[in-house]
Design a protein around this ligand. Structure first.
Ligand code: GUN
Length: 294
């Protein structure tokens, strides 16, 4: 079977083209969407993500504010910054990079963000809106990116059995809600599997569309995948590689070499889901700005 490699970079570029059309319209009425990204500590992967979010903002001509705070920043200092960003009229989207250092109460930080500026979609108001299928919801960027990858690749989710491995709010749980919604590009039959699931391979082999969001390199093997399935790999794992320039390489949650030949379509890592997450963040920031114009 000829396997289709889903090109996340190309689809993300098309999303950003659409974002630019909206930015043009807003600029004609003197409005510039703005995004604030906040990073506490110096985790190298988080620094890389935050840097690329800021660069994408600037490239598109959006207002961008990057706050890199010391690892020993207190909860109170972080909450004070969130409050300042909530009040800042140039900022329409606020994102606090996850995970923060262990002394930070992440749930409290997320709840402090104005839900109207919660472009990550992690605030309880937005989680509830997603569950209620309210179109004003901010849907987390990675699930939104997965849905877009499928629709742009002509893969129909209507009635399809989507098996998601991973139950995090950032990916698994939110993607489940999104794809089971009574809506276009959704209407799927969703199963969410996780680390406690019995006979995981028996469950994942039922999937028409298998989404791996576990955070463990090469976890999904050929044995987990039905011939002809679509595989979306959300994992971005750094594994040591002394032959690589940076001393590591990125691999997904899927054993790509073994799984790809069995698939109808598959996303590579890098170049699959990753670029989509940033593109959807830009789209969510424009949506926040548009919703604030009333
Ligand atoms: N860490 C990994 N993915 C994400 C994301 O989508 N948003 C935030 N804030 N942190 C993350």
């Amino acid at each position: 079977m000829e396997t289709k490699i889903i090109d996340g970079r190309q689809i993300a570029a098309a999303v950003l083209d659409d974002v630019c059309v909206d930015l043009d319209k807003l600029s004609k009425v003197g409005v510039q969407p703005g995004l604030a990204v906040v990073l506490v500590g110096h985790d190298p992967a988080s620094q890389a993500y935050v840097g690329s979010k800021e660069r994408t903002c600037k490239k598109l001509g959006m207002h961008s504010r990057k706050e890199e705070l010391a690892a020993d920043t207190t909860q109170e200092e972080l909450l004070a910054l969130i409050e300042e960003l909530n009040q800042d009229p140039r900022i329409h989207g606020i994102l606090v990079q996850s995970p923060p250092p262990p002394h930070i109460d992440e749930a409290a930080v997320v709840r402090a963000i104005d839900p109207a500026k919660d472009v990550d979609g992690f605030h309880p108001v937005n989680v509830a809106k997603l569950a209620l299928e309210d179109p004003s919801a901010f849907v987390p960027c990675t699930p939104l990116g997965c849905q877009k990858l499928l629709s742009a690749s002509g893969i129909d989710t209507e009635g399809a059995h989507v098996v998601i491995v991973g139950r995090s709010l950032i990916v698994g749980k939110s993607l489940g809600l999104l794809l089971m919604a009574k809506a276009p590009q959704a209407n799927a039959t969703v199963t969410i599997a996780h680390s406690r699931t019995k006979d995981l391979a028996v469950v994942t082999r039922q999937a028409d569309i298998l989404v791996a969001a576990i955070g463990r390199p090469n976890f999904i093997t050929a044995d987990h995948v039905r011939e002809g399935a679509v595989v979306i790999d959300v994992g971005i794992n750094r594994v040591d590689d002394s032959s690589a320039k940076r001393g590591y390489r990125l691999v997904g949650d899927v054993d790509y070499e073994a799984v790809a030949p069995k698939c109808q379509a598959i996303t590579p890592v890098p170049g699959g889901v990753g670029p989509m997450t940033i593109a959807m963040l830009m789209a969510n920031t424009v949506k926040a700005c548009q919703q604030m114009q009333g």
